[in-house]
Design a binder for this molecule. Structure first.
Ligand code: PMP
Length: 441
């Protein structure tokens, strides 16, 4: 781990060259391309426990966990066996099946939602929940927060986080939004600053009567990790006084920060919630749900249309069921994840300090971001002040020592139950050396 001789990347380079000819940027999701950190993206061949192995046979301690789903670690036997068993029963029916019923019952039981609808991604979940909120309230505006990312539906690509934030930093763009979204759509999405209770109250006082829903990340992962202040949480609750629905986007935080997500952990009760990632155990699943009175507006029960050829797919449901059941069977897991990640944060703080590198580490549960700045970092504007060049040096320092970190300053990492003492010590040793390289750069 302490060796700084970089392992060969010949196979990844060859695959990347082929990929770029047939796929934009050579990747099927932008942040994977390593644009903001440089170097060749590693093409992965297999994953097991806390480790990824790339096409050149190099093993990495994985800190991404497929951007959230792999809370139990990769290739978990219970999940693998459930998927194999489901495949033997047929891969898609185009008709309802028992696994959808069981997963819906389990999700309702764990989260407190009264009804849920399964879709195929987090994007579909948030897009559908917003349409539902508009249909239910008869209003057309929605409100989101700067730097929160809710997937790539048109109305939500306005001042968004994640890859858009990485992109904006790269291109020097004024606002992290997408081309191809007509102004007419974008104007229906109002934007406020995260953690600014006063701004939210003021906007709601002025426009609340025409706002169908406020959608938010209860803990932000997509500007790097941002924690909500108690005053902001109270202001979120107050939006209901205007007849506006509160939609918690728990795609990242659901089943991760507690069995009932970030909202359960923080004591928030939204009208609707959106899920993805862990709910599908590494297969493509999203879901939205909440109060039955609202959910009954969804087709075929109600007038808000939403459908999907592969929604409730038996393979995907089997992976989600196996994951949620394994989480239920191991109630101590969340505490172990919290402890591991808190120790990682502490070790990283010490390592940075010893190297004379200024960082601000935001951490909650098994989510963590090392911001290369003094902090505090409470919103998009503050996050965007980070030294992304220093982050890139640190990232490369980790990578060549076998530690795979999120390849952007503006992302969270995700710790899994497969991370143990060996991985913690190896990660900290690599981080110490990498901070030294940041200092020397
Ligand atoms: N909401 C949040 C909070 C997310 O983090 C993401 C993806 N990272 C999405 C929505 C979109 O999910 P998907 O990529 O599955 O469409």
């Amino acid at each position: 781990v302490s060796s700084s001789a970089a392992p060969s990347t010949a196979q990844s380079e060859a695959l990347f060259e082929r990929a770029r000819k047939v796929t934009p940027g050579g990747v099927n999701s932008p942040v994977r391309a390593f644009r903001s950190v440089g170097g060749v993206p590693r093409f992965m061949a297999s994953a097991d426990g806390a480790y990824l192995t790339d096409a050149d046979g190099t093993r990495y301690i994985d800190h991404i966990g497929s951007w959230g789903p792999m809370i139990l670690g990769h290739n978990h036997p219970a999940i693998r066996e459930a998927i194999v068993a489901a495949a033997q029963d047929g891969t898609s029916f185009g008709a309802p099946g028992w696994r959808e019923v069981e997963l819906a019952e389990l999700v309702c039981q764990v989260t407190g939602a009264q009804k849920v609808r399964f879709v195929n991604s987090g994007t579909e979940a948030t897009m559908s929940a917003l349409r539902l909120a508009r249909g239910f309230t008869g209003r057309k505006y929605t409100l989101k927060f700067r730097g929160n990312y809710h997937g790539h539906a048109d109305a939500l690509l306005v001042e968004a986080g994640s890859g858009l934030m990485t992109n904006a930093a790269e291109l020097g763009a004024a606002a992290p939004s997408s081309a191809g979204v007509p102004d007419e759509y974008a104007r229906l999405t109002l934007v406020s600053e995260y953690n600014d209770a006063g701004a939210l109250d003021a906007l709601m006082a002025e426009r609340g009567h025409e706002i169908a829903a406020v959608i938010f990340e209860p803990v932000v992962g997509n500007a790097g990790v941002l924690l909500p202040t108690p005053a902001f949480l109270l202001a979120l609750h107050r939006v209901r006084e205007h007849g506006t629905l509160l939609i918690a986007d728990e795609v990242m935080t659901g089943f991760r920060l507690s069995p009932s997500g970030a909202t359960g952990r923080l004591g928030l009760t939204p009208d609707l919630s959106c899920w993805g990632k862990i709910i599908g155990g590494g297969l493509p699943v999203g879901a939205y749900g909440g109060r039955a009175e609202i959910m009954d507006y969804v087709s075929p029960e109600g007038p808000v249309y939403q459908a999907g050829t592969l929604s409730g797919n038996p393979l995907a449901m089997s992976a989600g069921l196996a994951t949620l059941r394994a989480l239920q069977a191991d109630p101590g897991l969340y505490e172990r994840l919290d402890t591991y990640t808190a120790r990682l944060a502490e070790g990283l703080r010490e390592a940075a300090q010893e190297a004379g590198v200024t960082v601000c580490i935001n951490v909650i549960g098994s989510m963590l971001t090392v911001f290369f700045q003094a902090g505090p970092v409470k919103n998009y504007t503050e996050a965007a002040r980070s030294d992304t060049a220093a982050f890139a040096v640190w990232f490369q320092g980790l990578l060549k020592r076998g530690v795979y970190w999120a390849p952007s300053q503006y992302e969270s990492i995700f710790i899994s139950g497969a991370h143990g003492e060996t991985e913690l010590q190896a990660t900290l040793a690599a981080a110490r050396d990498a901070f030294g390289e940041v200092r020397a750069a």
